[in-house]
Design a protein around this ligand. Structure first.
Ligand SMILES: [Zn+2]
Length: 347
């Protein structure tokens, strides 16, 4: 879909980007642009970060939380409310478009509830969005963190020039986000895009989700550590250490390169499934394992080439690339949400 681009130089110098309501002629498009900003909050894996971002994508302010997630629900809720309130006091309530919250795990988007999260079990089935909305008296949207990151890359990162993309976040697990026509694909409840649980290896390693062979059990940082242990390279090596080993010319280096080959092939299988499913122009990879690209990308691309006729037939039209926003992607995407999502009547 080609968006209708209205020239509005004070909004953004990037062609192709404008909030959906501005394109659609929503009444809010008449609001003054001065101080019009949004707050994005990323609950991440261990800590929270929040940022005020204006319509052009400029980060006005950024704060990090100090509360450990082990402190429990009320402490984390207070930290979130505190971080958002501090930013809002600085930039004003009237210019605030809303607050987007990115959280790891399976979420119910409409209810604003985390259904399942390994990192935030104390927030499961708690009405987090309603509670934040009540305490802050502002419009709040809850989103899966990888969905938020995918949206962030679309808005301000590697996906700026396209409307359709898939992002895979390669971390201790593998998250996924699907953007179509510039919007997050959510499915019925908000659980679409859990791409880490696509099966890459039939009858492969067991996964906490109840299945086996999920790509995150074969291509995540955790999987790299486990393979290094199996090959007796070390008990608890990080993916960075396995990457460094792979640069060596000795036997350990060969084993490490073999790990990246297996990882790359699993990832390639998953990308082939996604390319065959969507025929999108862009597939992005992000996360701490990207430095090892030189080792895992060649086998990954070979697997894609072999397993996806769509890729072969659209050569040049299908790109697999590195995301560019790093850890900031989730903050950008969370902040962008209030501008493109419908505001419920109650908010
Ligand atoms: Zn799984």
């Amino acid at each position: 879909m080609v968006p209708i681009v209205i020239s509005y130089s004070s909004v953004s110098s990037r062609p192709g980007w404008l909030p959906a309501y501005r394109r659609l002629g929503d009444a809010r498009a008449m609001m003054p642009l001065v101080n019009d900003y949004s707050i994005g909050l990323d609950l991440g894996g261990t800590n929270l970060r929040a940022a005020a971002i204006d319509r052009s994508g400029a980060i006005l302010d950024k704060v990090s939380g100090s509360t450990q997630f082990s402190a429990g629900r009320e402490a984390v809720m207070e930290e979130m409310v505190g971080a958002i309130s501090r930013i809002r006091e600085k930039y004003g309530v009237s210019g605030l478009a809303g607050i987007g919250i990115g959280v790891p795990g399976f979420i119910d988007f409409r209810e604003g509830i985390i259904r399942n999260s390994n990192n935030l079990p104390f927030l499961e089935n708690f009405p987090i969005r309603a509670e934040l909305q009540k305490r802050l008296a502002s419009f709040v949207i809850l989103e899966n963190d990888a969905n938020a990151a995918a949206l962030g890359e679309k808005w301000m990162g590697a996906g700026r020039e396209v409307d359709d993309l898939v992002l895979l976040t390669l971390g201790t697990g593998i998250g996924g986000g699907i953007i179509s026509c510039g919007r997050v694909i959510r499915g019925i409840t908000g659980m679409a895009g859990e791409l880490g649980h696509l099966i890459a290896v039939p009858n492969g390693n067991p996964c906490g989700c109840g299945s086996q062979g999920c790509v995150e059990k074969h291509a995540s940082a955790t999987a790299i550590t486990a393979m290094a242990r199996l090959l007796q390279l070390g008990e608890n090596l990080s993916s960075k250490e396995v990457y460094e080993l792979a640069q060596r010319s000795d036997a350990a280096g060969q084993k490490a390169r073999e790990i990246w080959r297996v990882m790359g092939e699993s990832l390639g299988t998953t990308l082939a499934v996604l390319i065959n499913t969507f025929n999108f122009p862009l597939y992005l990879l992000s996360g701490g394992m990207l430095p090892a690209w030189e080792f895992f990308a060649p086998p990954m691309m070979q697997a894609v080439e072999r397993q996806s006729a769509t890729f072969r037939l659209t050569k040049g039209g299908t790109r697999i690339e590195r995301a560019t926003l790093g850890n900031e992607a989730g903050l950008y995407g969370a902040a962008y949400l209030p501008w493109i999502e419908d505001r419920p009547a109650s908010a």
